[in-house]
Write a protein that binds this ligand. Structure first.
Ligand code: OSB
Ligand code: MG
Length: 374
C-alpha cells in the first residue's frame, strides 16, 4: 500500500456518567481517530485507527497532544520515507517505527489504521485475519469509584440487570475493602475483580491480602508500572491472582512478568503495547505458558471496540474482557453501537477492523483536524 494522506481527528465525546479511577475523573472522552487515505493495487481505500491515549498523561506517559506531535513529526514522515523504497504493509509498520523509543499508543494507532486499510482492500475481516472461529465474546464492565457504597450498589445492580457477566471495581486506598465486601455480599456468585491502577505500594500488602476473602478473579495492577519485582513479591503474599495492566508494555515485558511470577494473569490492551500485532504476540507467549489473558479497554469508540472484540475471540482470552456495550460510556457512539446480547458482544465479520464511523456523527464529534500529506 501507499499512504497518500492522513487526517488526525480529535473527537470530544461526552460520557453517560463520570468515570473515576484512582488517577482521575473523566466526564468526556477526548480521543484521537486516524483516517489513513491509501492506495492498494491501484484502488483507493480509507483505513481507520483509534488511539488509546487519554488527554492527560495520568494512566501512562502518553497523552493526546503528545501523540499528535510525535505522529506528525516522526511516525508519519518515517512511513512516508519507507514507502518510497517498498510498499507498506501493516506487518512492517512497527519495524519502520522501531527507531522511535516508546510512544506505543501513537504507534498502535498508526499500525491500526494501516491494518484496517490493508484488510479492507483485501476484503478480509480482522477476526478472519486472526483465525478467530468463535462468533461472540463475553462482556465485562469496569465500574468507576463512586461517592458512596449505596451508590456503588445501585450502579452495579444496573450492570447486572443489563446482563454483564463480570464486574470489575476500581479501587484505591480508602475505597477498597468496604466497597468490595458490599458488592460481594450483594452478589455472592458473580465473577468479580478489582483494578487499583497502580495506587498502592508493597507496604500495603497486608491490607491488599484482606481482599483474599472475597473470592476475586484477580487484582489488576496494584503497584506502580515500574514495580515488576514488587508485584512478584506481593503475589507471594496474597492468594488473589495478580494481573498486570500498566506494567506490560510489550511482549518482552510480558515474558519477564511471567518468568518473575509478577503476573498470574495479563490484561492485554492493544494500544498500551504498541498495537494489535504485538497484542497477538503477548497472547501467544502467555498461552504457551498457560497464563490467562483478557482484553482491557480505553473507553473505545466503536472503531476500537470492534477490533478488541475480534482480538478477544482468540483462544487464550479465557476471561471476560472490559469489552462492554457502547452505551456503557456513550449515549451515541460514532459507529453503529455494540449491544449486549445475553451478556455477550457479537464479533463483527465485516472487512477490516469492521466498524466504520458514521460520517455525520464523526463530524459532529470532531473538535480539531490535522492533515498530513505524504
Ligand atoms: O486500567 O483498565 C484500566 C480506562 C481508562 C484507563 C485505564 C483503564 C480503564 C478502564 C476502562 O478500566 C475499561 C473500558 O474501556 O471499559
Ligand atoms: Mg487497568
Amino acid at each position: 500500500m501507499r499512504i497518500n494522506h492522513v487526517a488526525l481527528r480529535t473527537l470530544d465525546l461526552p460520557l453517560v456518567a463520570p468515570f473515576t479511577t484512582s488517577f482521575s475523573t473523566q466526564t468526556h472522552r477526548s480521543v484521537l481517530v486516524l483516517e489513513v487515505h491509501a492506495t492498494v493495487d491501484g484502488v483507493d481505500v480509507v483505513g481507520w485507527g483509534e488511539c488509546g491515549a487519554l488527554s492527560e498523561p495520568v494512566y501512562s506517559e502518553e497523552y493526546l497532544a503528545g501523540v499528535i506531535d510525535v505522529t506528525t513529526t516522526y511516525l508519519l514522515p518515517m512511513l512516508f520515507e519507507a514507502q518510497r523504497r517498498a510498499p507498506l504493509t501493516a506487518e512492517s509498520v512497527s519495524v519502520h517505527l522501531e527507531r522511535i523509543v516508546g510512544h506505543r499508543m501513537a504507534k498502535a494507532a498508526v499500525e491500526m489504521a494501516v491494518l484496517d486499510a490493508q484488510l479492507r482492500a483485501a476484503g478480509i475481516s480482522f477476526a478472519d485475519y486472526l483465525g478467530v472461529t468463535q462468533d461472540r465474546v463475553p462482556s465485562g464492565v469496569s465500574v468507576g469509584i463512586q461517592g458512596s457504597v449505596p451508590q456503588l450498589l445501585d450502579v452495579v445492580q444496573g450492570y447486572v440487570d443489563a446482563g454483564y457477566v463480570r464486574i470489575k471495581l476500581k479501587i484505591k486506598p480508602g475505597w477498597d475493602i468496604a466497597p468490595v465486601r458490599a458488592v460481594r455480599e450483594a452478589y455472592p456468585e458473580i465473577p468479580l475483580q478489582v483494578d487499583a491502577n497502580a495506587a498502592y505500594t508493597l507496604v500495603d500488602a497486608n491490607r491488599l491480602a484482606k481482599l483474599d476473602e472475597f473470592d476475586l478473579l484477580l487484582i489488576e495492577q496494584p503497584l506502580a508500572e515500574d514495580d515488576m519485582r514488587q508485584h512478584a513479591e506481593l503475589a507471594k503474599r496474597m492468594r488473589t491472582p495478580v494481573c498486570l495492566d500498566e506494567s506490560v508494555v510489550s511482549a518482552a515485558k510480558a515474558a519477564d512478568a511471567i518468568a518473575m511470577g509478577a503476573a498470574q494473569i495479563i490484561n492485554i490492551k492493544p494500544s498500551r503495547v504498541g498495537g494489535y500485532l504485538e497484542a497477538r504476540r503477548i497472547h501467544d507467549i502467555a498461552s504457551a505458558h498457560g497464563v490467562a489473558v483478557w482484553c482491557g479497554g480505553m473507553l473505545e469508540t466503536g472503531i476500537g471496540r470492534a477490533a478488541n472484540a475480534a482480538l478477544a475471540g482468540m483462544p487464550g482470552f479465557t476471561l471476560p474482557g472490559d469489552i462492554s456495550a457502547s452505551d456503557r460510556f456513550y449515549a451515541e457512539d460514532i459507529t453503529e453501537p455494540f449491544v449486549l446480547q445475553d451478556g455477550h458482544l457479537a464479533i463483527p465479520r465485516d472487512p477490516g477492523l469492521a466498524r466504520l464511523p458514521i460520517l455525520d456523527r464523526l463530524e459532529a464529534a470532531t473538535v480539531d483536524v490535522v492533515h498530513v500529506d505524504a
